[in-house]
Design a protein around this ligand. Structure first.
Ligand code: 3HC
Length: 294
């Protein structure tokens, strides 16, 4: 199955990134938001990221203009009508996602694929809102989408192998490396990453080291680009907490249970970079200072 035209539902952090890489890779791409305000914020994010590439010289001004010309921003789901693949990247709420998929199912041609970018919700549960069970899968991208090479392609017990091939092939055309996984909470990466991040919080609470020393330990000792607390602030403490709750509900294992400190930080609105405060304080974004939490 060949994908020629792509749709992305949601132009938030992930949706804008997915729409950007799709348009950068030559696909006419429809991207939809629920308000003009959210749409222009998303397009602004895309412009900014493309500008970084042109500044670096990895993209010409002409390529940037062509990429933007391939994007069709819209407020209407009906504009996805001619798409061969639609990737959903709306908020992580199962009911909202099921509503979007039920509506898309009626709009799209029969051959079209539907994919969700969810990080932890069940692909199978979303699939049952549609009548295209064989052509429904997960395509989980990583933040920041324009830089991160991985896409997890998630198949359910009902996904047709031809649909899996179509999704793997599309990910490769985006310049990404796809890995194939089954529909289990967390897929491959979050199944392993989230317990590690939760354990870093526990190690801090148990007095193994300061936030800065634990971060430096993992960054320099394991060559990770970011230590666990910098990564928690980057991904969002609220987002990680939410994913951990889903993993815990699925596996009922202690290692997936979010530690109390994390819950208190979420209650206090300390979500990390997006709210200016998490394990670090970003009042001066270029020079984050550790936040006094214990
Ligand atoms: N578009 C284009 N360019 C970008 C960009 C974007 N969105 N974001 C950053 N860049 C560029 C910067 O301009 C910079 O360019 P330069 O080298 O010419 O100066 C370069 O990328 C590096 O950026 P920074 O100097 O700001 O910072 P870093 O060197 O730390 O790199 C990073 C940033 C790529 C984010 C790196 O720190 C990293 O790989 N961190 C780990 C990210 C990670 O683990 N993500 C996965 C999270 S888990 C997830 O997403 C799953 C979900 O389900 C929770």
């Amino acid at each position: 199955m060949e994908i020629r035209k792509v749709g992305v539902v949601g132009c938030g952090l992930m949706g804008s990134g997915i729409a950007q890489v799709s348009a950068m890779s030559g696909f006419p791409t429809v991207v939809r938001e629920v308000s003009d305000e959210l749409l222009s914020a998303g397009l602004g994010r895309i412009e900014k990221s493309l500008a970084k590439f042109t500044e670096k010289g990895t993209m010409t001004a002409d390529q940037k203009a062509q990429t933007l010309a391939r994007l069709k921003p819209t407020l209407k789901l009906e504009d996805f009508a001619g798409c061969d693949l639609v990737v959903e990247a709306v908020i992580e709420n199962l009911e909202r996602k099921r509503e979007v998929f039920a509506a898309l199912d009626k709009i799209l041609a029969q051959h079209a694929l539907l994919a969700s970018n969810t990080s932890s919700l069940s692909i199978t549960e979303m699939m049952t809102a549609t009548r295209r069970r064989e052509r429904f899968l997960g395509m989980h991208f990583f933040n920041p989408v324009p830089l991160m090479k991985l896409v997890e392609v998630v198949k359910t017990v009902a996904t047709d192998p031809a649909a899996v091939e179509g999704a793997l092939d599309f990910a490769k055309k985006l310049g990404k490396t796809p890995v194939l996984t089954n529909d289990r909470a967390g897929f491959i990466v979050n199944r392993l990453l989230v317990p590690y991040l939760l354990d870093a919080v526990r190690a801090f609470e148990e007095g193994f080291g300061t936030i800065e020393d634990i971060d430096a330990g993992m960054k320099l000792g394991c060559n990770h680009p970011m230590g666990p607390f910098t990564l928690l602030d980057f991904v969002g403490i609220d987002t990680t907490y939410y994913i951990a709750e889903i993993l815990f509900a699925e596996y009922r294992e202690k290692r997936f249970a979010p530690p109390p400190l994390m819950k208190r930080m979420v209650m206090a609105g300390m979500y990390g970079r997006k709210t200016g405060k998490g394990f670090y304080d970003y009042s001066d974004p270029k020079n984050p200072k550790v936040n006094q939490l214990l």
